[in-house]
Design a protein around this ligand. Structure first.
Ligand code: ADP
Ligand code: ASP
Ligand code: MG
Length: 869
C-alpha cells in the first residue's frame, strides 16, 4: 500500500478534479480523466476526483422519484436506468455484475421501498444519490483496470449537511449546504484512504447518517467543499465548455471566454443563472482562498477560466450577461402601505414560514414585488398556492410567472450607466416587470416574460460590446469568442483586401485618406440577395455609397435604386442613362414640394410618409400610384440614431393615421399601391423582416388596394470579420414562409449598407504616435471628417496596420484623427503591431456611409475614392 503510506505523498497538496455529466459519459472521456489524474500526480499532487452522474441520469432519477408516480412506471424507469448503466459498463470493458450489481439491486429495491409514500424526502435523496454512485463506481473500476492506483471513496463519509435556520424540509434534504469546518479526525481519516481517490459529487450525509443532496448541479459544490476542507491547491471543474463566458455560449455564439474572474464576480455570474458553476460552489473556495479553474474535458490543454482573489487594478465593466428562467414574481399590493408599520415584516414572515427564499425586491408606496429563486419545490409542490393564501390575509397578491431575470454582471455597474442607454432602450421594447440593482454594485437585473428573454440575449450582448460597456479589448480578462473556439484551428476566411494588399499599398502611395471599393465583393453580396426566391424586386439604397461604378455594378445585377433626394435621383439617371424609371424608388423625409415634383417628372415611384403632401399639394398626386411608408410603432438597430421607426423617429405614418391617409388619397384621386416600412439598420436577426411583413400585410388587408410590400433594408453587417455573417438562408426561409401566407403581394426589399460595407476599406497614413498619461494614441490623416460613423453612431470598425500585416500585435492604442474635436476617435483600445509614422492603417468595412458622409470640417480635404474591378 505504498500510495497511502509514503510520507512524501501524505504531505503533498491536494488538487480536486471535478468532472460533470458529459465528461463522464464515454470511454474517451474517461481516458482523458485518467490522463489528467496521472499528470497531476506527476506534478506532485494528491488527487481527488469528484464525479457527476452520467449525462441524463439525474433527470431520469428525478422523474422516477417524482411524488405521486405509479409503481409500474417507476419499474420501467428503473429498468431503463439499469440498461443504460450495464451498456456503459460494457463500453468500458467492465463486467456489469461485478462492478455495479449491488447498485442495480439497490435501485430496484428503492422502487418498491414503502418510504416513497411515508417518508418521501429521505427516499428521494437515496434515489437521487444513485446516479453519482453508479458513475463513480464505473469510473473507479475502469481507471483501476487501466493501471491507475486509485480508490473509491464514499462522499457521505466526509461531507456533512449543514442545518440552516428556517430551511424548509425539502431544502434540508434535497438542496443542502455543507459544513466547511472539518470534524475532529477528518484529515487523518481522509488521508488514510490514499493519495488518489474518486468520489461522488451531489451527495453528502446529515448528522444522522442519512443521505442528503446538494441540489441540481451540486457536484461543483461538492468539489468546492472538498477543496476547502482539504485546503487544496485548487479545484478544477472539467466540463463541456472551456470556461465561463460573457454569456451562455450556446445562446450567444459571440460570447467571449472570461479568462480571469474574481470570486465575487464569478459568484454573481453563477447565481444569476450561468449553469456552468453551481452558485453555492464559489463561497467555499473564496473562504478557503482556493482558486477555482474551469476547463474543457474535450480540449484538456486549453487554459480556460481562473477564478481567484480580486485584482487590484480591476477596471469597471460588464463581464457577463446571464439569464435565469423559471422566475416567479409575487406582486403584493398593500392596503394603505404608506408609513404602515410592519407591513414588510408581515409579508416576509410568510415567505419564511413556507421556506421560500426571496431574491429581488422592488417596492413602491403601494406595492412590493419580489422574485423567488427558482427551485424544484416551486414546481413540484403546492407551496406557491399556500403562500398566496397566507399572503392574502395581509395584502392583495398576484403571482406573475413564468418570468426570466436577465442580469448584467460586472464591477462598478453604477459608473457604467451612461454606456447602457442602448441596452436600456432594448428593454424598453419589452414588458419589464422589475428592475433591481444590487447593493454590491455588481449587478443590474431586469425581469421580463420568460418567452422573450432568450431572444434578447445575442442583441444585448452585441449592444454591450458596441457601447464599450463590456470592455472586450481587455485581453487580460476577455479571451476568444465561443464561435472562434468552435471554428478551432480552421483559418478565418481572409478578407478581399488581404489578398490585394500590394494594390492597396500602391493606392495609399498615391494619397491618403482614400476609400477603396472592391466590385467583386459588391457582386457577391448582390448575388446572395438574388438567391432569395421570395423577393420579387430588389433595390439598392444609394445613400450608403452612390459611387457610379457601384451603381453600374448593381444595375447589371438586376437591382433598382432607392433614392431619398432629388439630387440622388439626378445622380442615378446621370450615372445610368436610359434607366427604366420604374426601377427607381423615391422615399424622402421632410422633402420640399419641388423634390416631389422633380421625382414625379421622372416618373419614378414616390413614397409618402405623412398625409401632409396629399393635403397641401393634392394636384401633384392626382391619378398617381403611390407608396406609403408606415411606422408600426417601434424601431430596430444597433444604435438609437439608426432606428427609423417608433415615436422617437421622424419617419413613417403611424398606424393609427392609416384611415385618415386612405381617405385623403381617395379624395385626391391617388391609389395606395404599396406599403413600406424600414425600421432601422444593423439588424442581425432575420425574424425581424417576417414581423415587418406581418404588420404590413395586416395594414394592406385593411386598405384593400395594395399590390406590393417593401420590407425596407437594415440587414446587419458584423463589425468583426470573424463574426457570423448575416444569415441570408434564415432570411430566405422566413420570407418564403411569409410569402406563402400572402402570395398576392409582390415583395420588395431595399438594402443599402449590406451590399457595400464589406466591399470598402479606408486607407489612412500614420502622422504621429504619442503616449500621453499611459494612453497610446496613433494619429492618422483622416478622422471624423473622413469617417463619421464612430463619432456619430459609436460604430465599431476594425483597424489593421497594412504596412505590418504580418507582425504580431504589440501595442494597445486609440486611433485618432486630426480634427479639433475630442470625439475625433476612430477606434479605442485596439491591438496593433508596433506602429510608426508613415505606416498605412486600414479601417475595415467602410464601404457604406464612409466617403459619402465625409465633410470638409476644419477645411481638410475630402477623401479620394478608388475602385478595384
Ligand atoms: P457539467 O455537467 O459539466 O456540470 P453543466 O451543463 O452543468 O456542465 O454546465 C456547463 C454548461 O453551462 C455549458 O454547456 C453551457 O451551456 C452552460 N452555461 C450557461 N451559462 C454559461 C456561461 N456564462 N459560460 C459558460 N457556460 C455557460
Ligand atoms: N448529477 C447532478 C445533476 O445533474 C449533479 C451535477 O451534475 O452537478 O444535477
Ligand atoms: Mg453542472
Amino acid at each position: 500500500m505504498t500510495h497511502t503510506d509514503s510520507p512524501g505523498a501524505r504531505s503533498a497538496p491536494w488538487v480536486v478534479l471535478k468532472f460533470g455529466g458529459s465528461s463522464v459519459s464515454s470511454r474517451t472521456r474517461w481516458d482523458t480523466i485518467g490522463g489528467l489524474v496521472a499528470k497531476r500526480k506527476s506534478e506532485g499532487f494528491r488527487v481527488l476526483v469528484v464525479v457527476s452522474a452520467v449525462s441524463g441520469v439525474t433527470n431520469a432519477l428525478v422523474a422516477l422519484s417524482a411524488p405521486g408516480g405509479d409503481i409500474a412506471q417507476r419499474r420501467e424507469q428503473a429498468a431503463a436506468l439499469e440498461t443504460r448503466h450495464r451498456t456503459f459498463a460494457q463500453e468500458l470493458g467492465l463486467d456489469p455484475e461485478t462492478v455495479i450489481g449491488d447498485l442495480i439491486a439497490q435501485l430496484h429495491a428503492l422502487v418498491d421501498d414503502p418510504r416513497a409514500a411515508v417518508s418521501a424526502l429521505d427516499w428521494q435523496a437515496d434515489v437521487l444519490a444513485l446516479g453519482e454512485l453508479f458513475s463513480s463506481r464505473l469510473g473507479s473500476a475502469y481507471l483501476s483496470a487501466n493501471g491507475l492506483d486509485l480508490r473509491w471513496s464514499d462522499a457521505r463519509a466526509f461531507l456533512r449537511a449543514q442545518v440552516l435556520p428556517n430551511q424548509s424540509d425539502w431544502a434540508a434534504r434535497l438542496s443542502v449546504n455543507c459544513r466547511l469546518q472539518p470534524e475532529p479526525g477528518f484529515h487523518e481519516r481522509f488521508a488514510a484512504q490514499g493519495d488518489t481517490l474518486i468520489t461522488q459529487g451531489f451527495i453528502c450525509a446529515d448528522d444522522d447518517g442519512r443521505t442528503a443532496i446538494l441540489g441540481r448541479g451540486g457536484s461543483d459544490t461538492s468539489a468546492a467543499c472538498f477543496g476547502a476542507l482539504l485546503g487544496a491547491q485548487r479545484v478544477e471543474t472539467w466540463t463541456d465548455v472551456p470556461g465561463m463566458f460573457s454569456a451562455n455560449p450556446r445562446q450567444v455564439p459571440q460570447a467571449r471566454l472570461l479568462t480571469r474572474l474574481d470570486y465575487e464576480e464569478a459568484q454573481e455570474i453563477a447565481s444569476t443563472g450561468a449553469k456552468v458553476l453551481h452558485p453555492r460552489c464559489i463561497s467555499p473556495c473564496r473562504e478557503a482562498r482556493v482558486p477555482l479553474w474551469i476547463r474543457d474535458t474535450s480540449r484538456p490543454d486549453f487554459e480556460g477560466t481562473v477564478i481567484g482573489p480580486r485584482l487590484a487594478d480591476a477596471a469597471p465593466g460588464v463581464k457577463a450577461i446571464s439569464t435565469k428562467r423559471g422566475i416567479v414574481l409575487v406582486s403584493m399590493d398593500g392596503i394603505g402601505m404608506w408609513q404602515q408599520v410592519g407591513f414588510l415584516a408581515d409579508v416576509f414572515e410568510r415567505f419564511k414560514r413556507h421556506g421560500l427564499s426571496v431574491d429581488l425586491i422592488g417596492s413602491s408606496e403601494a406595492n412590493v414585488t419580489v422574485s423567488l429563486d427558482p427551485s424544484d419545490n416551486l414546481v413540484t409542490t403546492d407551496v406557491l398556492e399556500r403562500l398566496a393564501a397566507d399572503l392574502s390575509e395581509v395584502c392583495r397578491v398576484k403571482v406573475i410567472a413564468p418570468c426570466a431575470a436577465i442580469t448584467l454582471v460586472g464591477r462598478g455597474m453604477r459608473s457604467l450607466l451612461h454606456k447602457l442607454s442602448d441596452v436600456l432602450a432594448e428593454f424598453g421594447r419589452e414588458r419589464v416587470h422589475l428592475i433591481s440593482q444590487s447593493s454590491n454594485d455588481l449587478n443590474l437585473t431586469f425581469v421580463v416574460d420568460e418567452a422573450v428573454a432568450e431572444g434578447m440575449l445575442p442583441r444585448l450582448h452585441e449592444l454591450l460590446i458596441h457601447a464599450q460597456a463590456m470592455p472586450v479589448e481587455e485581453t487580460a480578462v476577455f479571451g476568444p469568442s465561443w464561435q472562434e473556439l468552435e471554428r478551432g484551428a480552421a483559418p478565418l476566411p481572409s478578407p478581399w483586401w488581404a489578398q490585394r494588399r500590394q494594390v492597396l499599398m500602391q493606392q495609399a502611395g498615391q494619397g491618403t485618406p482614400c476609400y477603396v471599393y472592391d466590385l467583386p465583393t459588391v457582386r457577391e453580396k448582390a448575388r446572395g440577395l438574388r438567391r432569395i426566391g421570395a423577393l420579387d424586386r430588389r433595390f439598392y439604397a444609394i445613400k450608403a455609397n452612390p459611387h457610379p461604378q457601384i451603381l453600374r455594378t448593381l444595375e447589371a445585377e438586376g437591382f433598382g435604386f432607392e433614392c431619398v433626394s432629388a439630387g440622388e435621383i439626378e445622380h442615378v439617371f446621370n450615372s445610368l442613362p436610359g434607366l427604366d424609371p420604374t426601377r427607381v424608388l423615391f422615399t424622402p423625409s421632410f422633402a420640399a414640394r419641388s423634390e416631389y415634383e422633380a421625382a414625379l417628372a421622372h416618373d419614378v415611384w414616390v413614397t409618402l410618409d405623412s398625409v401632409y403632401p396629399l393635403r397641401h399639394w393634392p394636384e401633384l398626386f392626382a391619378g398617381r400610384d403611390l407608396w406609403l411608408r408606415l411606422d408600426p410603432g417601434y424601431g430596430r438597430g444597433h444604435h438609437e440614431k439608426v432606428r427609423t421607426g417608433g415615436s422617437g423617429a421622424k419617419f413613417g405614418l403611424p398606424l393609427a393615421a392609416l384611415e385618415d391617409f386612405a381617405q385623403e388619397a381617395r379624395r385626391v384621386g391617388a391609389r395606395i399601391f404599396g406599403l413600406h416600412a424600414h425600421l432601422g439598420s444593423g439588424i442581425l436577426d432575420a425574424s425581424h423582416w417576417r414581423d415587418v411583413f406581418g404588420r404590413l400585410a395586416a395594414a394592406a388587408e385593411s386598405l384593400g388596394t395594395i399590390s406590393a410590400l417593401n420590407l425596407g433594408g437594415g440587414l446587419g453587417v458584423p463589425a468583426e470579420r470573424g463574426a457570423d455573417p448575416f444569415d441570408l438562408d434564415a432570411l430566405a426561409h422566413t420570407l418564403a414562409e411569409a410569402k406563402a401566407l400572402c402570395p398576392q403581394y409582390s415583395l420588395w426589399m431595399e438594402p443599402g449598407r449590406y451590399l457595400v460595407a464589406d466591399a470598402g476599406v479606408l486607407l489612412l497614413r500614420v502622422t504621429q504616435v504619442i503616449d500621453k498619461g499611459g494612453v497610446l494614441r496613433v494619429g492618422v490623416d483622416g478622422g471624423m471628417n473622413t469617417l463619421l460613423r464612430p463619432a456619430l453612431y459609436n460604430a465599431r470598425h476594425e483597424v489593421f496596420n497594412l504596412s505590418r500585416l504580418d507582425e504580431g500585435d504589440a501595442i494597445s492604442c486609440d486611433v485618432v484623427g486630426p480634427i479639433c474635436e475630442t470625439g475625433d476617435v476612430l477606434a479605442r483600445r485596439r491591438r496593433l503591431p508596433e506602429t510608426f509614422e508613415g505606416d498605412v492603417l486600414l479601417v475595415d468595412t467602410t464601404g457604406a456611409y464612409g466617403a459619402v458622409m465625409a465633410s470638409a470640417y476644419n477645411l481638410r480635404g475630402l477623401p479620394a475614392e478608388a475602385v478595384l474591378e
